[in-house]
Design a protein. Structure first.
Length: 172
């Protein structure tokens, strides 16, 4: 009879230990679930950012293909844009690219600005160091593309690409 009383007393302790173990397991599972959810959100954000970056770089490549976008006769500070920005910063003809390079959804703005020689910091080569025996100068252009995805939770990106075009003399 005394062994029966001892078994009943142990039955309550086992129940409490089992409940504590289940509680610890539940906390571990909840923590892992929250961590996994956070990782999925970060991966989704990285995918959206990469998509926006790819769309912007495609437009940059399309702009770089057309030599007529980079006028060496443009004054430093002159900016040509895809559309008027409303602040009067854009002058000259609007930039146009083929529709095949445009993203399916989202807002896209792009511009090309001629930078002044004081912003470049490139030295003018002397005759004895220049391979052709003439001075060469460079015209610097800043290609800027801003893309905002077409969905509420999509990413946005702005890409700047510098372009140096060598000029044969200071007159052009």
């Amino acid at each position: 009879m005394s062994s029966n009383v001892h078994i009943k007393a142990q039955g309550g302790v086992i129940l409490i230990v089992a409940m504590v173990i289940l509680l610890v397991i539940a906390l571990l599972v909840t923590t892992m679930f929250e961590s996994n959810l956070m990782q999925q959100q970060m991966a989704g954000n990285a995918r959206k950012k990469a998509h926006a970056q790819q769309a912007a770089m495609t437009v940059v490549d399309a702009l770089l293909e057309r030599r007529d976008h980079f006028s060496l006769r443009a004054a430093p500070g002159q900016r040509r844009c895809s559309q008027d920005d409303g602040a009067g910063h854009c002058v000259g003809t609007a930039l146009v690219i083929d529709e095949q390079y445009l993203p399916e959804a989202g807002a896209l703005r792009f511009s090309i600005e001629r930078k002044g020689p004081w912003e470049i910091g490139l030295p003018v080569m002397s005759e004895d160091k220049a391979s052709s025996g003439r001075h060469f100068r460079a015209a610097l252009f800043d290609v800027q593309v801003s893309f905002v995805g077409g969905h509420v939770d999509s990413a946005s990106v702005t890409v700047h690409q510098g372009v140096l075009i060598r000029r044969a003399s200071a007159n052009n």
